[in-house]
Write a protein that binds this ligand. Structure first.
Ligand SMILES: *[C@@H]1O[C@H](CO)[C@@H](O)[C@H](O)[C@H]1NC(C)=O
Ligand SMILES: [Ca+2]
Length: 327
Protein backbone atom coordinates (compact mmCIF):
# COMPACT_ATOMS: atom_id res chain seq x y z
CA UNK A 1 0.00 0.00 0.00
CA UNK A 2 1.32 3.36 -1.00
CA UNK A 3 1.01 5.63 1.96
CA UNK A 4 2.97 8.83 2.60
CA UNK A 5 6.43 7.56 1.76
CA UNK A 6 7.84 11.06 1.67
CA UNK A 7 6.33 11.81 5.03
CA UNK A 8 7.72 8.55 6.36
CA UNK A 9 11.29 9.54 5.35
CA UNK A 10 10.88 12.82 7.19
CA UNK A 11 9.38 10.88 10.06
CA UNK A 12 12.61 8.88 10.45
CA UNK A 13 14.86 11.93 10.17
CA UNK A 14 12.80 13.97 12.59
CA UNK A 15 12.32 11.09 15.01
CA UNK A 16 16.06 10.88 15.60
CA UNK A 17 16.21 14.47 16.79
CA UNK A 18 12.78 15.24 18.10
CA UNK A 19 11.54 12.08 19.74
CA UNK A 20 9.78 13.88 22.63
CA UNK A 21 7.46 15.95 20.43
CA UNK A 22 7.09 13.33 17.71
CA UNK A 23 3.67 12.09 18.72
CA UNK A 24 2.15 15.52 18.30
CA UNK A 25 4.10 16.23 15.10
CA UNK A 26 2.92 13.08 13.43
CA UNK A 27 -0.75 13.35 14.27
CA UNK A 28 -0.97 16.73 12.56
CA UNK A 29 0.24 15.41 9.17
CA UNK A 30 -2.87 13.79 7.88
CA UNK A 31 -4.80 12.97 4.76
CA UNK A 32 -7.56 15.37 3.77
CA UNK A 33 -10.42 13.31 2.34
CA UNK A 34 -12.13 16.34 0.82
CA UNK A 35 -9.13 16.94 -1.47
CA UNK A 36 -8.44 13.27 -2.22
CA UNK A 37 -9.70 10.82 -4.81
CA UNK A 38 -9.38 7.16 -3.89
CA UNK A 39 -11.07 3.87 -4.76
CA UNK A 40 -13.94 3.17 -4.69
CA UNK A 41 -14.54 6.43 -6.51
CA UNK A 42 -18.27 6.42 -6.65
CA UNK A 43 -20.28 7.25 -3.57
CA UNK A 44 -23.99 6.63 -3.65
CA UNK A 45 -25.22 6.97 -7.22
CA UNK A 46 -23.09 8.10 -10.14
CA UNK A 47 -21.38 11.10 -8.59
CA UNK A 48 -17.88 11.07 -7.10
CA UNK A 49 -17.72 12.92 -3.79
CA UNK A 50 -15.67 16.17 -3.92
CA UNK A 51 -14.84 15.91 -7.64
CA UNK A 52 -16.40 17.28 -10.84
CA UNK A 53 -15.67 16.01 -14.33
CA UNK A 54 -15.20 17.71 -17.67
CA UNK A 55 -14.91 16.63 -21.32
CA UNK A 56 -13.88 13.10 -22.23
CA UNK A 57 -13.35 11.96 -18.60
CA UNK A 58 -14.86 8.61 -17.66
CA UNK A 59 -14.89 6.85 -14.29
CA UNK A 60 -14.49 3.09 -13.98
CA UNK A 61 -14.00 1.08 -10.81
CA UNK A 62 -10.19 1.03 -11.29
CA UNK A 63 -9.27 4.39 -12.79
CA UNK A 64 -10.45 7.82 -13.83
CA UNK A 65 -9.60 8.19 -17.51
CA UNK A 66 -9.08 11.82 -18.56
CA UNK A 67 -8.58 10.90 -22.21
CA UNK A 68 -8.76 7.62 -24.12
CA UNK A 69 -6.06 6.63 -26.64
CA UNK A 70 -7.92 8.49 -29.40
CA UNK A 71 -7.26 11.73 -31.28
CA UNK A 72 -8.52 15.17 -30.23
CA UNK A 73 -9.84 14.33 -26.76
CA UNK A 74 -9.63 16.46 -23.68
CA UNK A 75 -10.79 15.85 -20.14
CA UNK A 76 -10.37 17.06 -16.60
CA UNK A 77 -11.30 16.46 -12.98
CA UNK A 78 -11.61 19.27 -10.46
CA UNK A 79 -11.83 19.23 -6.70
CA UNK A 80 -15.01 20.97 -5.48
CA UNK A 81 -13.51 22.16 -2.17
CA UNK A 82 -10.99 25.05 -2.08
CA UNK A 83 -7.76 24.26 -0.25
CA UNK A 84 -7.20 26.36 2.87
CA UNK A 85 -4.12 24.44 3.98
CA UNK A 86 -0.85 26.36 4.03
CA UNK A 87 1.57 23.42 3.71
CA UNK A 88 0.49 20.41 1.74
CA UNK A 89 1.58 17.38 -0.21
CA UNK A 90 -0.38 16.05 -3.16
CA UNK A 91 0.42 12.49 -4.21
CA UNK A 92 -0.92 11.45 -7.58
CA UNK A 93 -0.94 7.87 -8.80
CA UNK A 94 -1.30 7.91 -12.57
CA UNK A 95 -0.91 5.74 -15.64
CA UNK A 96 -0.11 7.03 -19.12
CA UNK A 97 -0.27 4.30 -21.71
CA UNK A 98 -1.13 3.72 -25.34
CA UNK A 99 -0.43 1.84 -28.55
CA UNK A 100 2.10 4.41 -29.80
CA UNK A 101 5.73 3.26 -29.58
CA UNK A 102 7.37 6.44 -30.85
CA UNK A 103 4.43 8.74 -31.45
CA UNK A 104 2.16 9.60 -28.54
CA UNK A 105 0.82 12.67 -26.79
CA UNK A 106 0.12 15.20 -25.64
CA UNK A 107 0.36 14.79 -21.88
CA UNK A 108 -1.39 15.95 -18.74
CA UNK A 109 -1.15 18.53 -16.00
CA UNK A 110 -1.83 18.73 -12.27
CA UNK A 111 -3.24 22.07 -11.20
CA UNK A 112 -3.60 24.27 -8.13
CA UNK A 113 -5.51 27.22 -9.57
CA UNK A 114 -8.03 29.94 -8.84
CA UNK A 115 -10.44 28.94 -11.61
CA UNK A 116 -11.78 25.42 -11.93
CA UNK A 117 -13.70 23.59 -14.67
CA UNK A 118 -12.36 25.84 -17.44
CA UNK A 119 -11.73 24.05 -20.68
CA UNK A 120 -8.70 25.39 -22.60
CA UNK A 121 -5.55 24.83 -24.65
CA UNK A 122 -3.05 23.99 -21.87
CA UNK A 123 -3.39 20.21 -21.62
CA UNK A 124 -7.15 20.60 -21.61
CA UNK A 125 -7.29 23.59 -19.25
CA UNK A 126 -7.30 27.37 -19.30
CA UNK A 127 -4.27 29.37 -20.44
CA UNK A 128 -3.38 32.60 -18.56
CA UNK A 129 -4.32 30.76 -15.38
CA UNK A 130 -3.78 31.91 -11.81
CA UNK A 131 -1.72 29.47 -9.75
CA UNK A 132 0.46 26.43 -10.24
CA UNK A 133 0.72 23.91 -13.07
CA UNK A 134 2.82 20.76 -12.97
CA UNK A 135 2.99 19.69 -16.61
CA UNK A 136 3.81 16.11 -17.65
CA UNK A 137 4.48 16.67 -21.34
CA UNK A 138 4.90 13.53 -23.43
CA UNK A 139 5.23 15.15 -26.85
CA UNK A 140 7.89 17.62 -27.97
CA UNK A 141 6.21 20.27 -30.12
CA UNK A 142 9.50 22.04 -30.63
CA UNK A 143 11.05 21.67 -34.10
CA UNK A 144 14.64 22.40 -33.11
CA UNK A 145 16.69 20.51 -30.58
CA UNK A 146 15.69 20.82 -26.94
CA UNK A 147 18.17 20.68 -24.11
CA UNK A 148 16.10 17.83 -22.77
CA UNK A 149 14.25 14.72 -23.85
CA UNK A 150 10.54 14.01 -23.60
CA UNK A 151 8.55 13.00 -21.60
CA UNK A 152 9.37 16.01 -19.46
CA UNK A 153 7.96 17.29 -16.17
CA UNK A 154 7.96 21.03 -15.48
CA UNK A 155 6.50 23.52 -13.02
CA UNK A 156 4.93 26.86 -13.96
CA UNK A 157 3.53 29.65 -11.77
CA UNK A 158 1.17 32.14 -13.35
CA UNK A 159 -0.51 35.33 -12.14
CA UNK A 160 -2.85 35.38 -15.11
CA UNK A 161 -0.49 37.22 -17.48
CA UNK A 162 1.68 34.39 -18.82
CA UNK A 163 0.92 32.34 -21.90
CA UNK A 164 1.87 28.66 -22.02
CA UNK A 165 3.70 28.39 -25.33
CA UNK A 166 3.30 24.89 -26.78
CA UNK A 167 5.74 25.66 -29.61
CA UNK A 168 8.46 25.84 -26.95
CA UNK A 169 6.86 23.17 -24.74
CA UNK A 170 6.52 25.87 -22.09
CA UNK A 171 10.28 26.04 -21.54
CA UNK A 172 10.53 29.82 -21.32
CA UNK A 173 7.89 30.11 -18.58
CA UNK A 174 8.90 27.09 -16.53
CA UNK A 175 10.49 27.40 -13.09
CA UNK A 176 12.35 24.11 -13.38
CA UNK A 177 11.92 20.66 -14.87
CA UNK A 178 13.27 17.18 -15.31
CA UNK A 179 13.19 14.37 -17.84
CA UNK A 180 11.02 11.48 -16.72
CA UNK A 181 10.06 8.37 -18.63
CA UNK A 182 6.64 7.54 -17.25
CA UNK A 183 4.74 5.87 -20.13
CA UNK A 184 3.66 2.27 -20.60
CA UNK A 185 4.79 0.79 -17.30
CA UNK A 186 3.06 -2.23 -15.80
CA UNK A 187 3.92 -1.15 -12.27
CA UNK A 188 2.41 1.87 -10.49
CA UNK A 189 3.73 5.35 -11.27
CA UNK A 190 3.46 8.22 -8.80
CA UNK A 191 4.06 11.95 -8.58
CA UNK A 192 4.46 13.96 -5.38
CA UNK A 193 4.02 17.73 -5.18
CA UNK A 194 5.05 19.26 -1.87
CA UNK A 195 4.31 22.91 -1.15
CA UNK A 196 5.77 23.74 2.23
CA UNK A 197 7.36 26.89 3.64
CA UNK A 198 6.99 28.56 0.21
CA UNK A 199 9.12 25.84 -1.33
CA UNK A 200 7.88 23.64 -4.13
CA UNK A 201 9.30 20.14 -4.49
CA UNK A 202 8.19 17.73 -7.19
CA UNK A 203 9.30 14.11 -6.94
CA UNK A 204 8.53 10.96 -8.88
CA UNK A 205 8.31 7.27 -8.16
CA UNK A 206 8.40 5.67 -11.62
CA UNK A 207 10.58 2.61 -11.23
CA UNK A 208 8.32 0.58 -8.97
CA UNK A 209 10.90 0.74 -6.19
CA UNK A 210 8.64 2.53 -3.72
CA UNK A 211 11.07 5.43 -3.37
CA UNK A 212 10.81 9.10 -4.26
CA UNK A 213 13.29 10.70 -6.62
CA UNK A 214 13.46 14.49 -6.63
CA UNK A 215 12.62 16.06 -9.97
CA UNK A 216 12.67 19.74 -9.12
CA UNK A 217 12.86 22.06 -6.14
CA UNK A 218 12.10 25.79 -6.24
CA UNK A 219 12.25 28.15 -3.27
CA UNK A 220 10.34 31.41 -2.78
CA UNK A 221 7.19 30.27 -4.51
CA UNK A 222 4.13 32.18 -3.32
CA UNK A 223 0.71 30.60 -3.69
CA UNK A 224 -2.45 31.74 -1.96
CA UNK A 225 -4.84 29.54 -0.03
CA UNK A 226 -8.32 28.99 -1.41
CA UNK A 227 -7.36 27.62 -4.85
CA UNK A 228 -8.52 24.31 -6.33
CA UNK A 229 -6.70 21.10 -7.18
CA UNK A 230 -7.36 19.58 -10.57
CA UNK A 231 -5.95 17.33 -13.28
CA UNK A 232 -6.46 17.59 -17.02
CA UNK A 233 -5.15 15.92 -20.16
CA UNK A 234 -5.39 16.29 -23.90
CA UNK A 235 -4.68 14.40 -27.10
CA UNK A 236 -4.28 15.88 -30.58
CA UNK A 237 -3.02 14.14 -33.72
CA UNK A 238 -1.25 11.85 -31.27
CA UNK A 239 -2.89 10.14 -28.33
CA UNK A 240 -2.55 8.17 -25.11
CA UNK A 241 -4.75 6.97 -22.28
CA UNK A 242 -4.24 9.43 -19.43
CA UNK A 243 -5.47 7.75 -16.25
CA UNK A 244 -5.59 9.04 -12.69
CA UNK A 245 -5.71 6.14 -10.22
CA UNK A 246 -5.58 8.11 -6.98
CA UNK A 247 -5.00 11.58 -5.57
CA UNK A 248 -4.08 11.90 -1.91
CA UNK A 249 -3.71 15.28 -0.26
CA UNK A 250 -1.84 15.45 3.04
CA UNK A 251 -1.97 18.47 5.29
CA UNK A 252 1.57 19.17 6.46
CA UNK A 253 2.39 20.71 9.79
CA UNK A 254 2.86 24.47 10.18
CA UNK A 255 6.46 25.45 10.79
CA UNK A 256 7.54 27.29 13.94
CA UNK A 257 8.20 30.37 11.82
CA UNK A 258 4.73 30.35 10.24
CA UNK A 259 1.93 32.34 11.81
CA UNK A 260 -1.29 30.35 11.66
CA UNK A 261 -3.40 33.52 11.71
CA UNK A 262 -1.71 35.01 8.65
CA UNK A 263 -4.20 35.61 5.85
CA UNK A 264 -2.76 33.97 2.73
CA UNK A 265 -5.90 34.24 0.63
CA UNK A 266 -4.95 37.41 -1.27
CA UNK A 267 -1.44 36.46 -2.31
CA UNK A 268 -0.70 36.87 -6.03
CA UNK A 269 1.00 33.72 -7.35
CA UNK A 270 4.68 34.40 -7.96
CA UNK A 271 8.09 32.79 -8.01
CA UNK A 272 11.31 34.63 -7.29
CA UNK A 273 13.31 32.93 -10.01
CA UNK A 274 12.59 31.82 -13.50
CA UNK A 275 14.76 29.29 -15.20
CA UNK A 276 16.77 30.92 -18.00
CA UNK A 277 15.15 30.21 -21.37
CA UNK A 278 17.97 27.95 -22.43
CA UNK A 279 16.58 26.50 -25.61
CA UNK A 280 16.24 29.93 -27.29
CA UNK A 281 20.01 30.39 -27.14
CA UNK A 282 20.47 26.90 -28.52
CA UNK A 283 18.43 27.82 -31.60
CA UNK A 284 20.71 30.67 -32.72
CA UNK A 285 23.70 28.39 -33.34
CA UNK A 286 22.44 25.51 -35.46
CA UNK A 287 24.05 22.13 -34.90
CA UNK A 288 26.60 20.86 -37.47
CA UNK A 289 24.99 19.14 -40.41
CA UNK A 290 25.77 15.49 -41.16
CA UNK A 291 28.07 16.34 -44.09
CA UNK A 292 29.98 18.91 -42.05
CA UNK A 293 30.42 16.46 -39.19
CA UNK A 294 31.69 13.81 -41.65
CA UNK A 295 34.22 16.19 -43.27
CA UNK A 296 35.39 17.32 -39.84
CA UNK A 297 35.91 13.73 -38.65
CA UNK A 298 37.74 12.93 -41.93
CA UNK A 299 40.07 15.94 -41.45
CA UNK A 300 40.85 14.85 -37.87
CA UNK A 301 41.54 11.27 -39.08
CA UNK A 302 43.90 12.50 -41.84
CA UNK A 303 45.82 14.71 -39.38
CA UNK A 304 46.22 11.74 -36.99
CA UNK A 305 47.40 9.44 -39.82
CA UNK A 306 49.93 12.05 -41.04
CA UNK A 307 51.32 12.50 -37.51
CA UNK A 308 51.63 8.73 -37.02
CA UNK A 309 53.35 8.23 -40.43
CA UNK A 310 55.77 11.12 -39.79
CA UNK A 311 56.49 9.67 -36.35
CA UNK A 312 57.32 6.24 -37.79
CA UNK A 313 59.55 7.75 -40.49
CA UNK A 314 61.40 9.84 -37.91
CA UNK A 315 61.86 6.79 -35.65
CA UNK A 316 63.22 4.65 -38.50
CA UNK A 317 65.62 7.41 -39.56
CA UNK A 318 66.91 7.63 -36.01
CA UNK A 319 67.38 3.83 -35.80
CA UNK A 320 69.39 3.85 -39.06
CA UNK A 321 71.47 6.70 -37.72
CA UNK A 322 72.33 4.91 -34.50
CA UNK A 323 73.13 1.67 -36.38
CA UNK A 324 75.50 3.57 -38.67
CA UNK A 325 77.26 4.99 -35.66
CA UNK A 326 77.54 1.57 -33.97
CA UNK A 327 79.02 -0.34 -36.91
C1 LIG B 1 2.67 38.95 -13.18
O1 LIG B 1 3.79 38.24 -13.64
C2 LIG B 1 4.58 38.94 -14.59
C3 LIG B 1 5.62 37.98 -15.11
O2 LIG B 1 6.28 37.30 -14.10
C4 LIG B 1 5.15 40.18 -13.93
O3 LIG B 1 5.93 40.90 -14.84
C5 LIG B 1 4.02 41.04 -13.40
O4 LIG B 1 4.55 42.13 -12.68
C6 LIG B 1 3.11 40.22 -12.49
N1 LIG B 1 1.94 41.02 -12.12
C7 LIG B 1 1.50 41.08 -10.87
C8 LIG B 1 0.26 41.89 -10.67
O5 LIG B 1 2.05 40.54 -9.95
CA1 LIG C 1 4.51 19.40 -25.68
Amino acid sequence: MFYGKFIFTKFIVVSIFLTPILAEWNTRDYIRREHSLTKPYQGSGMSVPYWDFLGSTIVTSNYVRLTPDLQSKSGAIWNTVPCHTRNWELQVQFKVHGRGKDLFGDGFAIWYTRDRMQHGPVFGSKDYFHGLAIVLDTYSNHNGAHNHQHPYISAMINNGTLHYDHDRDGTHTQLAGCEAKFRNFNHDTHLSIVYRDDTLIVSTDLEGKNAWKECLKVENVLLPTGYFFGASATTGDLSDNHDIIAIKMYELDLLESQNKHEDRSNIIPSAASFEAPRDRVEDSKPAMSGVKTFLYMMFVAIVIIVIVVLGIMWYQKRQEHSRKRLY
